[in-house]
Design a protein around this ligand. Structure first.
Ligand SMILES: CC(C)(COP(=O)(O)OP(=O)(O)OC[C@H]1O[C@@H](n2cnc3c(N)ncnc32)[C@H](O)[C@@H]1O)[C@@H](O)C(=O)NCCC(=O)NCCS
Ligand SMILES: Nc1ncnc2c1ncn2[C@@H]1O[C@H](COP(=O)(O)OP(=O)(O)OP(=O)(O)O)[C@@H](O)[C@H]1O
Length: 224
């Protein structure tokens, strides 16, 4: 089994790419989804968040007010660090559990959608491939403003809380350019999927050749 890391910038199109990969039957683990699960009331991360950020960041029903917490952490780097240090260990633990689940289910590779993959550089070492979902700075800004109803300044603050996309391109083994229309992105995802499937065949081929060579070697040893 191998791991494929998928990342990008805020609103660069990771979910759009993931939807196509899921449609093709790939196993995908989404760190943003897990990040929501680990802050449910009464879990350890929830209690730590309330302890450090106060009850002002709670909704009336006791759940975390994501908009309020977002405005704090995207404008204050030290608060962002604090939130990361609370949530990331829990997110990584849950991701590991899900990888094991897919391994037991017989999946031959798993795609990990991790927005901060290249920021937390250490995780990239575990990946056979790393895919960056890129889009032009103009498209990223306008899509983010539109989707989240943010002002230009708010959207820029969120974008600048991450490594620039251009820089992330240098670390990725594969790039999907989502600057154009969704159909062009879809075609690139289909090509990526073919590549992942082909590397599985290559893996089997290497195993088969390895087994044959070991067999021939063993036979030679017995005969000589
Ligand atoms: C700040 C929070 C409450 C905002 O919630 P909201 O529902 O508005 O956004 P959502 O969770 O869907 O995230 C949207 C995008 O924001 C970016 N983002 C989220 N957290 C961070 C962060 N700590 N640093 C930089 N960018 C981030 C990512 O690109 C992510 O895909 C939430 O993102 C959060 O709890 N973040 C901390 C956990 C984390 O690091 N998540 C990222 C995945 S590991
Ligand atoms: N090729 C495209 N053309 C136009 N709009 C797009 C395209 N791709 C994505 N979008 C829109 O841009 C927004 C961001 O896309 P998406 O949610 O896939 O990004 P994301 O990287 O998963 O975002 P985040 O990690 O911040 O949640 C969405 O509103 C989506 O509908």
């Amino acid at each position: 089994m191998f791991l494929v890391g998928l990342s990008g910038g805020i609103a660069s199109g990771k979910s759009t790419v993931v939807a196509v990969l899921q449609e093709l039957g790939c196993a995908v683990i989404d760190a943003d989804v897990i990040a929501r699960q680990v802050v449910q009331p009464h879990l350890k991360a929830y209690q730590q968040i309330v302890h450090h950020f106060g009850t002002e960041i709670l909704l009336e029903n006791g759940e975390i007010n994501r908009e309020a917490l977002g405005s704090i952490i995207f404008s204050q780097p030290e608060k962002r660090q604090l939130l990361n240090s609370i949530t990331h260990p829990q997110i990584q633990k849950e991701m590991l559990k899900q990888i094991l689940k897919y391994f037991v289910l017989g999946y031959r590779y798993v795609i990990l959608d991790i927005p901060l993959l290249f920021e937390t550089n250490r995780l990239t070492k575990l990946m056979k491939y790393t895919v960056l979902v890129y889009c032009s700075p103009g498209a990223q800004l306008s899509r983010l403003m539109l989707r989240n109803g943010l002002s230009q300044a708010e959207a820029e603050a969120r974008i600048h809380s991450q490594l620039p996309l251009e820089e992330k391109c240098r670390f990725a083994t594969h790039i999907i350019d989502n600057s154009g229309d969704p159909e062009s992105t879809r075609r690139q995802v289909l090509r990526l999927h073919r590549h992942l499937e082909d590397s599985l065949h290559f893996l089997w081929l290497r195993l088969a050749v390895g087994t044959v060579l070991a067999g021939v070697g063993g036979l030679g040893y017995l005969l000589l």
